[in-house]
Design a protein around this ligand. Structure first.
Ligand code: EPU
Length: 427
């Protein structure tokens, strides 16, 4: 078991490079399995979720090699259409293999996915969209671990998938991605209405288009996909991780620091800029980087409501909520995307924060100081929130549950140490 040890109170100063986006790399890697060819994908972060995705690709018969942040996927010999339950349970994004495998082979055997416990995370929209295109999905119960029943999804087509018009009742990121994958090789034209507009959707479409797909409008609410016969491989560079970038910004702000966040696409961070500006931070934005200069004490973050892109991202809520615990004044958060995304609040209160949660709302009355102690991460971004608090707390903070944090942050302790934090990872 790994633990993160932080001796808080050090002002962060310097530059930090942001790795590729987890939530782009995962669907792009799955999309490589659709291609009857070789794909070379750059800027792939070193994360446990990426390793699990590579394990799935290898299980399907793809040849996968990694050199630094470049992953090469040779999917020419892939013939597997079944993702074992144990691999599906590791992360929610594994459900993307349903669309990918159906697109390539017209069949898939997958399970209901695992992932961070953020409340109920159904896949009804994925299923109803693919069924609308003609996919037959049979749900089968199987005995699972510890007496649980696992649900396997046996997916097949009797004739090629047909393009159609799909109106999503909410702009689900995963459902939009699954539909784009399945529709890339379907017969005719698929139109997704109320599609997710997150930058990771556009990134997946860019990869698929390079591989021969015909997708227009990705990044906007209406996406049109004209099906093609098959996809070849493609070379692609994953976009920078906007959530990691906002986490490093919060680290700079909470430690009264001055940090330059490098290798970013500033436009993707626009939804979080107003919150940092309200907190009194100065932001200097250049081409592919930004410098955040924090005030002596951050001010209230005001009202922060999570929303679909281009709204404030739910994944940035936990680290920014942690930052607000030390603000001069009251900040208010409303979480609209997930039901259970305040799991970090108890641990933050244990460190001395003053946060009250009522249903989807968290009211944070800023305190003058936090005091380090032992805390446990309960999910990925909640774990990042504890790191932000630990960096500013007096004394030593010991964070357990590192397996969650390493799902999304590559070398976080080294990058923060380079900025001047007193932080180390311990077995
Ligand atoms: N939803 C449904 N039915 C569905 C699909 C989604 O009700 O069929 C609901 C979900 O329960 C949730 C909301 O719709 O309440 C949004 O879910 P969405 O499908 O958009 O999210 P996702 O695809 O499961 C991705 C990211 C998440 C990120 C969300 C929202 C990946 C691998 N994951 O999840 O990232 O929070 O979009 O932006 O892309 C993270 O990185 O920590 C993380 C959780």
């Amino acid at each position: 078991m790994q633990r993160l040890i932080i001796n808080g109170g050090k002002r962060l100063n310097g530059g930090v490079t942001v790795h590729g986006a987890k939530n782009s790399a995962l669907p792009v890697l799955a999309a490589a399995a659709v291609c009857d060819g070789i794909s070379v994908i750059h800027n792939v972060p070193m994360l446990s979720d990426v390793e699990e995705t590579i394990n799935i690709l290898r299980h399907l018969g793809c040849g996968v090699t990694r050199e630094g942040d470049t992953v090469t996927v040779d999917a020419r010999g892939a013939d597997g259409f079944e993702v074992p339950n144990r691999l599906m349970k590791e992360m929610r994004s594994s459900i993307i293999f349903m669309g990918a495998l159906v697109s390539r082979f017209g069949k898939a055997l997958v399970s209901l996915p695992g992932g961070c416990n953020l409340g109920p995370r159904p896949i009804d929209l994925h299923l109803s969209a693919l069924r609308q295109m003609g996919l037959i999905v049979e749900e089968q119960e199987e005995p699972g671990e510890e007496g649980r029943r696992d649900c396997r999804l046996d997916c097949r087509v009797e004739k090629p998938l047909e393009g159609c018009e799909i109106d999503l009742t909410l702009p689900s990121v995963g459902a939009t991605e699954n539909i784009m994958l399945a529709a890339s090789t379907a017969r005719g034209r698929t139109v997704i209405q109320n599609a997710a507009c997150e930058p990771e959707i556009s990134d997946l479409a860019d990869f698929l288009n390079r591989a021969g797909a015909k997708i227009a409008g990705a990044g906007e609410p209406t996406v049109v996909i004209n099906g093609v016969k098959s996809l070849t491989g493609a070379e692609h560079t994953v976009i920078p991780d906007r959530i990691t970038a906002s986490t490093y910004m919060a680290a700079g702000a909470v430690t009264r620091g001055r940090v330059t966040i490098k290798k970013i696409l500033p436009a993707h961070l626009r939804p979080v800029f107003p919150v940092f500006l309200r907190a009194g931070c100065e932001l200097q934005v250049r081409d592919r980087e930004l410098t955040l200069t924090a005030p002596a004490r951050i001010k209230s973050l005001g009202n922060v409501k999570t929303d679909y892109y281009p709204g404030f991202p739910t994944d940035s809520q936990p680290p920014l909520l942690a930052m607000s615990t030390l603000a001069d004044g009251r900040s208010q958060f409303v979480e609209t995307i997930f039901h259970n995304r305040y799991a970090h609040v108890d641990a933050l209160n244990d460190l001395g924060a003053n946060i009250k949660v009522t249903e989807s709302m968290a009211i944070v009355d800023g305190v003058k100081k936090l005091t380090g102690r032992e805390v446990e991460a309960a999910d990925l971004r909640g774990g990042a929130a504890l790191i932000i608090a630990g960096l500013a707390a007096e004394g030593q903070t010991v964070i357990g549950g590192m397996n969650y944090i390493l799902r999304g942050y590559d070398d976080i302790e080294k990058r923060l140490a380079e900025l001047g934090a007193d932080i180390r990872l311990e077995e």
